[in-house]
Design a protein around this ligand. Structure first.
Ligand SMILES: Nc1nc2c(ncn2[C@@H]2O[C@H](COP(=O)(O)OP(=O)(O)OP(=O)(O)O)[C@@H](O)[C@H]2O)c(=O)[nH]1
Ligand SMILES: [Mg+2]
Length: 292
């Protein structure tokens, strides 16, 4: 049995939930999972039977009904009220509770159809994977105990490229997530529609496939000379790793979503498993009859 999943992570408000919904719409439009779930396609049914997992205990509105919702285990209000915590402390407490009750997640994911790509919509608090190893441990559980072939997609908002020092901060957080999660990782520059008109293709390329050395000059101009040495060290760090590249995402654009889904499919190996299948045929037994 193959199980595939993608953790959608990134800072608050970067467009994670919108991207999850766009992925689901696209998968539904192309009807690719209907066969993989139950050989039938009923709009909406797909969503209840798998695919979308909400891991944000503060999320209340969804474009698609989650198949699994952390709020069925614990809500942010409960955690805040019972432990006398604020919203961020409450969120950490929710995840600690989830980690102590992983059997709940195991049983919730038990019914997920074979070969379905499960989309995990994560909260925007990046401390969950940059400071404390909660999401990394969850990823280990999914890949180890539940045998998911799992990838992470890290979203960074495109408006970060307008402020170059913010871009470096964002790139560092993407790197940090990549290193902490230890699973195949895709960086995505979200909300590209917001900056497309403002930059030429060449200028945008500088950020999508960053050469920090070139951007450094611009950052120097924008920062106090006292910090130039620090800027250089940060650039050196990004350069040394040479691992950060971004794919472009416009969640309203189906081609853009398809492009990113193809990367995710490749990362988790979904495509490899699908190729031999005859999609519109019911399961058939092709083995030779055994003679008595
Ligand atoms: N212009 C534009 N806006 C977008 C895009 N994607 C998301 N947004 C908007 O950005 C805002 C935040 O989007 P969400 O999908 O809720 O972001 P999120 O990362 O899930 O937010 P949190 O869960 O609170 O961390 C919403 O107002 C979206 O409509 C996009 O591709 N283009
Ligand atoms: Mg969200």
């Amino acid at each position: 049995m193959s199980r595939f999943g993608v953790l959608v992570v990134g800072p608050a408000g970067c467009g994670k939930s919108t991207f999850c919904a766009a992925l689901i719409s696209h998968i539904a439009n192309t009807k690719r999972s209907c066969i993989l779930l139950h050989h039938s396609w009923v709009p909406g049914k797909l969503i209840r039977e798998g695919l979308y997992v909400n891991l944000d205990p503060a999320a209340t509105e969804f474009e698609y009904e989650p198949a699994v919702d952390i709020k069925d285990l614990i809500t942010l209000e409960d955690a805040m009220e019972e432990m006398g915590l604020g919203p961020n402390g409450g969120l950490m407490a929710c995840f600690e509770f989830l980690m102590e009750n992983l059997d709940w997640l195991d049983s919730s994911l038990d019914d997920i159809g074979e070969d379905t790509l499960v989309i995990f919509d994560c909260p925007g608090q990046i401390e969950l994977y940059t400071h404390v190893p909660i999401l990394p441990n969850l990823a280990k559980h999914l890949t180890g105990h539940l045998q998911f072939s799992l990838a992470a997609s890290y979203l960074l908002e495109s408006t970060f490229v307008i402020d170059k020092s913010k871009f470096f901060a964002g790139t560092l957080s993407a790197m940090s997530a990549m290193i902490m999660l230890e699973i195949p990782h895709i960086n995505i520059m979200s909300k590209m529609d917001l900056v497309k008109g403002q930059f030429s293709k060449r200028e945008l390329k500088r950020f999508l496939d960053p050469d920090p050395g070139i951007i450094l000059g611009d950052v120097h101009k924008e920062t106090n000379p006292k910090f130039h040495r620090l800027n250089e060290c940060v650039v050196g760090l990004i350069d040394d790793f040479s691992m950060v590249q971004f794919l472009q995402l416009e969640s309203q654009d189906e081609d853009s979503v398809q492009g990113i889904l193809s990367y995710i499919d490749d990362c988790v190996g979904w495509s490899e498993v699908q190729e031999p299948q005859i999609r519109d045929e019911p399961d058939m037994d092709y083995t030779e009859p055994v003679e008595d």
